[in-house]
Ligand binder design. Structure first.
Ligand SMILES: [Zn+2]
Ligand SMILES: [Zn+2]
Length: 342
């Protein structure tokens, strides 16, 4: 039976097409995606501001059930609930050979360069399908990928428990960062976001305090005026980085985690970095963190987030909802909303 899939044809041009289902080859599995997270990257691809392969099937935050297993697959069976680690690396460039595959010269993301999960059926190498506990709600399972990215960010920030953290931005990633910061024993966990609903989401996820960015002084007061030893930019903007550096304590560590526009700039004083001995780190995607994200997933209370679900045919509405931030997290449900909720 033909299946439906959402393919990207160019800026503003996403089409629902029908296709014949492909069978899994050796060491591959076919998955019925049940919940596929919609993230800023998807919106940027569709807007034409993030490079993607022409005619690619979108969707890189995927949770689904295995519906067919190819030859030579061990440890996975039809019916298993899985999450996909959506990257493929060249394995031959200098970075790959240094164990830094996520910095690969020819990194290819599923849903960006390779066909992703916004389809009724997705075929992937079995090695990138990670089994989840069967009772996991699929929409929570689809959060494994962004959680794995947050985990890499936390690894890079390398915070010390018992000290404060300030997180700029309480979108889906910022809200997950709050849960992770809580789990790492950081205190207080403080969030800045201009939106009431996002501040409320941050508090639900365990933040001790959430302020409008205009009230930065109130946030800093929670550190006895010293500033924050850990600061996360989960927005991705030059002006946020400027504020993040300004609000750091001496010896502070600043994580650049949000995806800024490539041409965005920040004014940084080298003397500041020197005299206050600051550390600036970036974090991109999820190297070797997907396995750990699967382990952490049931412990973080991610069901406190409020999801919104859309069918494959409602992708434009789902992208608009993602951009508007009207739900804590937006999902495509290729096999219906009941199957995505679990
Ligand atoms: Zn994403
Ligand atoms: Zn490589």
């Amino acid at each position: 039976m033909p299946l439906t899939e959402a393919r990207f044809f160019g800026a503003g041009d996403v089409r629902l097409l029908t296709a014949e289902p492909a069978s899994p080859g050796p060491a591959e599995v076919a998955i019925a995606p049940l919940a596929v997270g919609v993230c800023g990257t998807d919106s940027h691809i569709v807007a034409g501001s993030f490079a993607a392969a022409p005619q690619v099937v979108l969707g890189h935050e995927v949770c689904g059930r295995i519906i067919e297993v190819g030859p030579a697959v061990d440890g996975l069976a039809v019916g298993d609930l899985v999450t996909v680690e959506p990257h493929d690396y060249c394995t031959r460039c200098t970075y790959c050979r240094l164990g830094q595959e996520h910095l690969c010269d020819d990194k290819r993301g599923y849903g960006v360069k390779l066909d992703g999960g916004m389809t009724e059926r997705m075929v992937v190498p079995a090695r990138i399908a990670y089994r989840l506990p069967d009772r996991t709600p699929p929409w929570i399972g689809a959060l494994t990928e962004p959680l794995a990215c947050c985990l890499h960010g936390m690894d890079r920030l390398d915070p010390r428990s018992g000290l404060p953290i300030l997180i700029f931005g309480a979108g889906p990633a910022g809200a997950m960062m709050v849960a992770l910061a809580r789990a790492r024993g950081l205190a207080p966990v403080v969030v800045l976001d201009p939106r009431d609903d996002r501040r409320a989401a941050a508090l639900r996820m365990g933040a001790d305090a959430a302020f409008d960015p205009a009230s930065l002084d109130e946030a800093t007061a929670l550190t006895d005026g010293l500033g924050f030893p850990h600061v996360v930019d989960a927005v991705g903007a030059g002006r946020v980085l400027e504020s993040a550096i300004a609000v750091s304590s001496r010896g502070g560590r600043v994580l650049v985690f949000g995806v800024a526009r490539p041409d965005d700039e920040a004014r940084v004083r080298p003397h500041d970095i020197f005299a206050r001995e600051l550390t600036l780190v970036g974090a991109v995607i999820n190297p070797y963190t997907h396995h750990r994200a699967v382990r952490l997933l049931p412990t973080l209370g991610l069901d406190r987030l409020r999801p919104a679900f859309y069918g494959l045919h409602q992708l434009p509405e789902a992208l608009a909802a993602q951009r508007a931030g009207t739900a804590d997290k937006v999902f495509i449900a290729p096999h219906g909303i009941a199957a995505a909720r679990g």
